[in-house]
Design a protein around this ligand. Structure first.
Ligand SMILES: [Zn+2]
Length: 264
C-alpha cells in the first residue's frame, strides 16, 4: 500500500492547518487585547460595532468569516479583512513548519514562534509598537528552541553571539538614522527584537534574517505608501517575515551566507 503513508503525510498538513487557524484566531484576540491592557483569558469577545457577544458560531476560524460573508451576524457591520488574513497567515506558517521540520516538538515550537510573530505584526501595524511582552516571550521560546535543536556549548555560543550582534547592529542603525535623518526610523522595540532574532538564528543565520527583512521592508514600504499610509512605516511585519524565513531556512538545512564566507 502506497496510499497509507501518503495519507498520513497529508493528514499532518491538515492537522497543522487546523491548529494554525485556531492559533491565528488566538493571535487576533491577543493583538487586539494586549496593547489595551486587557487579559487574554477572561471576558467574551464582542462585535466592536454593536457590542453583541460573539457565540461559538462566530468564533470558528475563517469559516465564520466566510459563512457570514465578512459581516457581523447581528448588525451586519463589516468585519475587517485582517482577521481571516491573520488566521490564513498562521495556518500557512504552521503548514510550512511541519513541511520543514516534520511533525513533532520542533514544528510545535516553530508554530508558537509564528503565533508570536503574527501578534507582533498585527500590533505593529495598528499601534506602531513591538510590545516588550511579545519579544520577551519569543526570547524564552528561542532558548527552548536552541535547547532542542542545538544544545551544545558551540550552539549556545553562536546563539549568544547572534543576540549580541543583532542588538549591536540594530542599535547602530538606529543611531545612524537618528543622526542622519533626525527621525526614529528604527524604534527601540525593533532594536530589542533584533536581539531576539539573533538568539533564534545564531550569528550564522543573522545575515539571512537581515537580508530577507531588508528586502521585505522595501516591498512592504512601497505597498504602505501606495495604500496611502502615513510617514511612520512599521518595520515589524518585515522583521517578522525575515525571522520566520531565516529560521525555516536553517531548519531545512539551507547554507547560510556567513558560514559560506567562513568556509573559504
Ligand atoms: Zn455587530
Amino acid at each position: 500500500m502506497i496510499a497509507a503513508p501518503l495519507m498520513d503525510f497529508g493528514m499532518n498538513f491538515v492537522i497543522a492547518a487546523v491548529l494554525g487557524l485556531l492559533l491565528g484566531s488566538f493571535a487576533s484576540l491577543a493583538a487586539h487585547r494586549l496593547p489595551r491592557g486587557e487579559t487574554l483569558t477572561t471576558g467574551r469577545s464582542h462585535c466592536p460595532q454593536c457590542g453583541h457577544a460573539l457565540g461559538m458560531a462566530d468564533l470558528v476560524p475563517l469559516f465564520s468569516y466566510l459563512l457570514s460573508r465578512g459581516k457581523c451576524r447581528h448588525c451586519h457591520a463589516a468585519i475587517p479583512a485582517r482577521y481571516p488574513l491573520i488566521e490564513i497567515g498562521a495556518a500557512l506558517a504552521c503548514v510550512l513548519a511541519v513541511a520543514v521540520a516534520g511533525p513533532g516538538l520542533q514544528a510545535a515550537l516553530l508554530g508558537l514562534l509564528a503565533v508570536g510573530l503574527v501578534i507582533l505584526t498585527a500590533v505593529d501595524l495598528e499601534h506602531q509598537i513591538i510590545p516588550d511582552g511579545v519579544s520577551l516571550a519569543l526570547a524564552v521560546l528561542g532558548l527552548g528552541y536552541q535547547a532542542l535543536t542545538g544544545n551544545s556549548p558551540q550552539a549556545w555560543a553562536l546563539a549568544g553571539a547572534g543576540a549580541l550582534a543583532g542588538f549591536t547592529i540594530a542599535w547602530l542603525l538606529r543611531f545612524m538614522f537618528l543622526r542622519l535623518k533626525g527621525r526614529e526610523a528604527l524604534g527601540f522595540g525593533d532594536v530589542k527584537f533584533f536581539a531576539v532574532a539573533g538568539l533564534w538564528t545564531g550569528i550564522m543565520g543573522l545575515a539571512d534574517f537581515m537580508l530577507i527583512s531588508g528586502l521585505a521592508g522595501i516591498l512592504f514600504a512601497a505597498v504602505w505608501r501606495w495604500r496611502g499610509g502615513d510617514a511612520v512605516f512599521p518595520f515589524g511585519p518585515a522583521l517578522a517575515f525575515g525571522l520566520y524565513s531565516a529560521v525555516l531556512l536553517a531548519a531545512a538545512g539551507a547554507p547560510q551566507p556567513l558560514s559560506l564566507l567562513m568556509m573559504r
